[in-house]
Design a protein around this ligand. Structure first.
Ligand code: PEP
Ligand code: MG
Length: 574
């Protein structure tokens, strides 16, 4: 038994067999059932043939256009391709160890690199570069267009615990989470879209483990606790039994909370609070309804984009999705956020960086004449004919932007005959927006605070960087002051206001937000019952008193210490 500890980010316990996915090297490692061996060997042969064909073509082209001496490089690579220690060795590994082709190839390449390094021969050492080239080409050719994880999950015996170094939200959105029962990842933080997604699906997750993919072998039995962050490899029977009992107890607790489903959320002193739900996958709308949400406060439409190309479906395809959502929720409102893309959404910082995070993102893409925007707006306006639909614009930084986009939306409505319309709101998720709520309110029918990004941009703490997780602090003085300013400014401007960031899913922080003046929240469906129960034990005047004290607190920790008692107060409700 090995015990690892990470950050529990999605509650619940899960036990299953590990599927290890290492995407840094685009590798997925798994052990094969005997019937699968031939298929993997065939995949390897096909990749070798494709590689050979490519190298021959390149070699001929280079000989024609550059010269025979340069073409010789590729001739050498062709020879290497047929080296018994490369593809033949990988083939041998597939058969002998029953491992997938990608893993076998990775091993063969490593062995050969070791050999080159050991030989001490200068000529051989120089071949290491060629080996990297040929090996990389082979690996790329082995990879199918679709992420292999998606198919793999279908083939392995459930329950599966996915152990990944990083997992992009677009791949996560395609996985069958009825088979994958838990997620463990090396990277990750509370507000990654992948984490947000698994939380909304009720899949336990532990992130920020650093080296889980190196320490857990494919096929090993793994138990995870998404609250404590414990990951136990090869757990003994008594732990499995104890955790099973815990899971049953929390399921029973959840059933008790179910009784609150149809009741409105009201604080102990009678203040009515609106609770709506966030949604990532349209087909999961039943979770929103089951949780008793009063509407959808945030549908993250970028989950509709093609994972590999970020291309959107046609206007008609999108219209169908939006119409179905609106019809499923009617008469409750559905808030659809336009595509918020441009940011690296994976469970990692690798390959992302400032360029993406500060780049042509959210509505900036629309302002850069991204034709996806107009298509989406037309589909949204058409769907608005079927029920209350609100359009939410992400990453707004100025009233000017909002004015221009509203004009574009009005123009789209005019082109559609002039009878369709939808409320248009702005996300308040960067400090520039928080500081100009009075100006934004002139062009917005409603505002929604995205605390996930607001915290990131206010504190200069990349939300996708697990090394900074401890600095990602919702109760930091700067964040609290901005939140208070937003609440006061929106009230003065009489503009409806809600919070849809993850802060709204933690009861004590909801208590703080109520104290700061917020009255409407949107959160992952599973959090609604607990927040509702918590609110019933909260006196809004006491919350306001605590919020005032927290606003004066000199540090995130001291504000936390003031806010935490709210959890006890709210927990004892009901
Ligand atoms: C936010 O930034 O708080 C938010 C709700 O949007 P997302 O998490 O999709 O960036
Ligand atoms: Mg955001």
């Amino acid at each position: 038994m090995t015990r690892l500890t990470g950050r529990g980010v999605s509650p619940g316990v899960a036990i299953g067999r590990a599927l290890v996915a290492v995407s840094e090297a685009r590798q997925v490692r798994y052990r094969l059932a005997s019937g699968r061996v031939d298929r993997e060997r065939q995949r390897l042969r096909a990749a070798r043939d494709r590689t050979r064909q490519q190298l021959e073509e390149i070699s001929q082209r280079v000989a024609r256009t550059v010269g025979h001496a340069q073409a010789a490089i590729f001739a050498a690579q062709l020879l290497m391709l047929d080296d018994p220690l490369l593809t033949r060795r990988a083939d041998e590994l597939i058969r002998a160890e029953r491992i997938n082709a990608d893993w076998a190839l990775e091993r063969a390449i490593e062995e050969l690199h070791d050999l080159f390094a050991r030989e001490g021969d200068a000529w051989l050492r120089e071949r290491a570069g060629d080996l990297t080239d040929v090996g990389g080409r082979l690996q790329r050719n082995l990879r199918p267009a679709r992420d292999p994880l998606v198919d793999l999950v279908q083939e392995l015996e459930p329950p599966i615990i996915l152990v990944a170094d990083e997992l992009s939200s677009s791949v996560a959105a395609q996985l069958d989470w009825t088979r994958v029962r838990g997620l463990v990842s090396d990277a990750g933080g509370q507000t990654h879209h992948t984490v947000i997604l698994v939380r909304s699906l009720g899949i336990p997750a532990v992130v920020g483990l650093g080296g889980a993919t190196a320490m857990i072998a494919p096929g090993q039995s793994v138990a995870i606790d998404g609250v404590s962050g414990e990951v136990i490899v090869d757990p003994p029977e008594e732990i499995i039994e104890r955790w099973r009992q815990q899971a049953e107890a929390s399921a029973a607790q959840a059933r008790v909370l179910d009784e609150l489903r149809d009741q409105p959320a009201v604080t102990a002193d009678g203040v009515r609070i609106t609770l709506e739900a966030n949604l990532e996958i349209a087909d999961e709308v039943h979770r929103v309804i089951d949780a008793g949400a009063e509407g959808i406060g945030l549908y993250r439409s970028e989950f509709l984009l093609d994972p590999a190309t970020a291309i959107a479906g046609s206007e008609d395809e999108q219209y169908e999705v939006y119409r179905r959502l609106v019809e499923a929720m009617r008469p409750r409102p559905v808030t659809i956020r336009t595509f918020d893309v441009g940011e690296e959404r994976g469970l990692s910082t690798r390959g992302a960086g400032n360029r993406d995070r500060f780049g042509v993102r959210g509505i900036r893409a629309a302002l850069h004449h991204d034709e996806r925007f107009v298509t989406q707006i037309r589909a949204l306006l058409r769907a608005s004919a079927h029920g209350p639909l609100r359009i939410l614009l992400p990453f707004v930084t100025s009233a000017d932007e909002l004015r221009v986009l509203r004009a574009a939306i009005d123009e789209a409505a005019r082109q559609l005959g002039g009878t369709l319309s939808a409320a248009v709101g702005a996300m308040i998720e960067v400090p520039a927006a928080a500081l100009t709520v009075d100006q934004l309110a002139r062009y917005a029918d409603f505002l929604s605070v995205g605390t996930n990004d607001l915290i990131q941009y206010t504190l200069a703490v990349d939300r996708t960087d697990d090394r900074l997780a401890a600095h990602y602090e919702p109760t930091a003085p700067a964040v609290l002051r901005l939140l208070r300013l937003i609440a006061v400014s929106a009230r003065r401007a009489q503009c409806p206001l809600s919070v849809c960031g993850e802060m709204a899913a933690e009861p004590a922080l909801v208590g703080l937000l109520v104290g700061l003046g917020f009255r409407s929240f949107s959160m992952t469906p599973a959090a609604i019952p607990a927040v509702k129960r918590g609110l019933s034990g909260l006196d809004s005047r006491e919350a306001a008193r605590i919020a005032r004290a927290a606003l004066r607190a000199p540090s995130a920790d001291s504000a936390r210490a003031l806010v935490d008692p709210l959890a006890t107060l709210m927990h004892s409700a009901g």
